[in-house]
Design a protein around this ligand. Structure first.
Ligand code: AMP
Length: 314
């Protein structure tokens, strides 16, 4: 078996005596070539990790890539702004696209494959199939963005079929999305194991997001209220508060103090069912979605039992 050691940004050095070669990232645009490359990687006994993204990469995405590289001997990153997960009035057309900068960032990290197909490669004319994960997809983000998770599940199943990754790396920032994808892999007996990675934040706590580029000045400053509201929940829990309704009142107080931020929802839900909880007996998420200057932002805190106390991770 060949083991690969990542030597520096642009090289992959096989751990065989004396054999050095430069291995540049391959940018792939066709399904056929991505399938073939993944097959070759598997034939060489490389463990393939996939990081699905919509591009305009930031440190949050790159943290997933680094995590994938720790665990996998070959890493593919997909960049595809998936039209099926945007609603009619949403920002599909103006969603930030930065393929050249993204390619440079991924190459620098030593990623093996960048899969960046054009839309017609993923949805050729006559495409008719949709994947729906019932129940979980209709709440929270799914209620505010009807059809969103059907689009997500459909494209992720396709990406998993194309690349057949052993692992897929997702961010906890999109906790409901990660839960839905994990459910899909379970229900459809997919081999990909879902690894959920921590949220990367700006110094003021705002979760990194490709949409943050839409925000400037006072709006950008106000956006940190989402983080501050979850941090207030953390402090309340650490002071002994266990009632979901009172914790949500804490969230609302912080958000209402920031007139530029319009709350869409704030809920505390069971991490398995995504149904609201009254108390904090099981692992939960405090989830929040809000609009700042028309830009929709989401964030969450993970609440876990730790012995007799609770650990809150932002
Ligand atoms: P997107 O490009 O927005 O579809 O995101 C691609 C992946 O990156 C998803 O699994 C997201 O959850 C993850 N991600 C986005 N923002 C962050 C962040 N701030 N920290 C960690 N992961 C993130």
């Amino acid at each position: 078996m060949r083991t690969y050691v990542r030597a520096n940004a642009l090289e992959c050095v096989p751990a065989r005596a004396g054999a050095f070669f430069e291995s540049r990232m391959e940018t792939i645009q066709t399904v056929a070539r991505m399938k073939q490359a993944a097959r070759e990687a598997r034939a060489n006994e490389r463990t393939l990790g996939l990081v699905p993204t919509m591009g305009a990469l930031h440190e949050g995405h790159l943290s997933l890539v680094r995590r994938a590289q720790e665990q996998c001997s070959a890493v593919a990153v997909s960049i595809f702004v998936n039209p099926k997960q945007f609603g009619p009035g949403e920002d599909f057309k103006k969603y930030p696209r930065a393929l050249d900068a993204d390619r440079a960032a991924l190459e620098k990290l030593g990623v093996d494959y960048l899969f960046a197909p054009p839309p017609e490669e993923i949805y050729p004319s006559g495409f008719r199939t949709e994947v729906r994960v019932e129940g979980l997809s209709g709440r929270l983000e799914g209620r505010s963005r009807p059809g969103h998770f059907h689009g997500v599940a459909t494209v992720v199943l396709k990406l998993f079929e194309i690349a057949q990754p052993r692992y897929a790396f997702l961010g906890r920032k999109d906790a409901q999305q990660a839960r839905i994808i994990r459910q899909m892999t379970r229900d459809l007996n997919l081999d990909a194991e879902i690894i959920v990675c921590p949220i990367v934040r700006e110094p003021d706590g705002l979760a990194l997001s490709s949409r943050n580029v839409y925000l400037a000045g006072d709006d950008r400053r106000a956006a940190a209220a989402l983080y501050r509201s979850l941090d207030a929940v953390r402090r309340a829990i650490e002071s002994g508060e266990r009632g979901a309704a009172r914790l949500l009142a804490v969230v609302r107080r912080v958000i209402e103090a920031e007139p530029a931020v319009a709350l869409d929802y704030a809920e505390i839900v069971d991490a398995e069912t995504f149904e609201p909880v009254n108390g904090l007996q099981e692992t939960c998420y405090a989830l929040i979605a809000a609009r700042v200057a028309g830009v929709r932002l989401i964030d969450n805190a993970l609440i876990e039992q730790e012995g007799d106390s609770l650990r809150v991770t932002l």
